[in-house]
Design a protein around this ligand. Structure first.
Ligand code: C5P
Length: 404
């Protein structure tokens, strides 16, 4: 994608991550964008206006009441003569000002005066990010329609502390800018529900029954649908991977919770059920930990069937227009997939051979077959991200959204 002809007003606030803004300017300009920088007083303590000016090939705006700057463009024009206002890094202080409508310097004034989309890339010490005041301000900004990327988990540049607070990487910020500035996408205006991960069915408060599932494939599909413009609700069982960006994630443990969350997200246009839902749960799970008694036989576990979420959705009165299921099989992949298509009321079954020698389970790659009523299409060995990308495009073609 390119940003040719796009005008970015880049607000650099005072944090150590400001050094990454220099790279960000280069990356934006490489893609054809023009960058007009505003620096707060704090930002100038970390990087010099000289460096920012040289890399952006633009005048650097720093003062609210500067005769020179005001004659040049003025803060109202600065705020409007752009396609996007990007705040990177967005410090806790600047976010607090934005959330409260303060305008006591050029950066905050422009942010209050603008009628353009605003994207912030927060960066700060993890304790500052986690502080209720910052979280409150962030929630307000989101409600005000401000877009955000990050902060990310990782090591802090200045203190070596770990935690959430790192600014998103310049290339990821550029990708989000491209996303925000590209026109309507094939799945714009569509709602999608994705399930991912395993479910945990309690035996007692400390033990559970589960399937092996990392959630990597389902999470990647949720992110890929969102990138195509869909409004995505991801219902995730217990996983150790992060919530995907740009997706609303609901966390559940058990199959019945997953079903309730999925049904509460209806109506939707698209459902992709990737979760490895446990087929059975313990009929009555123990309230207390079951004790091992010397000399006694192991406790019998009476199992009962879990709700089939895919089947419920596939036969629901509010059935999404496109219902996709997965089939993790270790044998007769095609045959079983075809049977599942009918039983579950799905339009597509993505079948994969998860026999242990394939390494698919928990791994980063996948080899799938697409089974529809029209036939079977085999895809080559791909990364789970590539499978997600292709599947999202396949869905967009089927559902024929705007611009597809
Ligand atoms: O029948 P099987 O479990 O092989 O079907 C797999 C497909 O059905 C997957 O898409 C899975 O997410 C979905 N499924 C479900 N609820 C269940 C069992 C499976 O949604 N209880």
């Amino acid at each position: 994608m390119s940003l040719a002809g796009k005008r970015i007003l880049l607000v650099i606030a005072g944090g150590i991550a400001a050094y990454k803004s220099l790279d960000l300017i280069r990356r934006l300009r490489e893609r054809g964008a023009s960058v007009r920088p505003i620096m707060t007083r704090g930002a100038q303590e970390f990087v010099t206006p000289l460096a920012v000016g040289a890399l952006s090939a633009s005048h650097v705006y720093t003062e609210l009441f500067s005769r020179e700057d005001e004659q040049d463009v003025g803060h109202i024009r600065l705020a409007r003569e752009c396609d996007l206002v990007l705040v990177a890094p967005a410090t806790a202080d600047l976010m607090a000002k934005m959330a409260n409508g303060l305008a006591d310097d050029l950066a905050s004034t422009v942010l209050l005066a603008t009628d353009r989309p605003v994207l912030i890339a927060p960066a700060m010490n993890p304790k500052m990010w986690a502080h209720p005041a910052t979280q409150r301000n962030f929630a307000v900004l989101q409600r005000d329609g401000i877009q955000a990327i990050g902060p990310m988990e990782g090591e802090m540049a200045e203190s070596g502390e770990r935690g959430r607070g790192r600014m998103a990487e310049p290339l990821d910020i550029v990708a989000r800018v491209e996303d925000l500035l590209s026109g309507p996408k094939p799945l714009s205006g569509m709602k999608a529900i994705v399930t991912s991960g395993p479910t945990h069915e309690p035996i007692d408060p400390v033990r559970y029954i589960a399937n092996r599932s990392s959630g990597k494939q389902g999470h990647a599909i949720a992110a890929a649908l969102a990138r195509l413009g869909a409004d995505v609700t991801l219902v995730s069982g217990p996983v150790t991977i992060a919530d995907p960006m740009g997706v609303k994630t609901l966390h559940v443990e058990r199959a019945d919770e997953m079903r309730d969350a999925v049904l509460s997200a209806l109506p939707a246009d698209i459902a992709v059920m990737v979760a490895a839902v446990a087929d059975w749960r313990v009929a009555t799970s123990a309230e207390q930990k079951i004790k091992k008694q010397p000399g006694e036989a192991p406790p019998p576990l009476e199992l009962t069937e879990n709700p089939d979420i895919l089947k419920t959705v596939g036969h629901h009165a509010q059935r999404p227009r496109l219902v996709v299921g997965f089939a993790a099989e270790t044998e007769n992949v095609e045959e079983n997939g075809k049977g599942k298509l009918e039983r579950k009321g799905a339009d597509l079954i993505v079948a994969n051979d998860v026999s242990p020698e394939t390494g698919i389970m928990g791994g980063d790659r996948n080899r799938v077959k697409l089974i529809t009523r029209d036939g079977v299409e085999g895809w080559p060995d791909l990364s789970k991200e590539e499978v997600a990308e292709r599947l999202a495009l396949w869905i967009a073609t089927q559902i024929g959204g705007t611009g597809a």
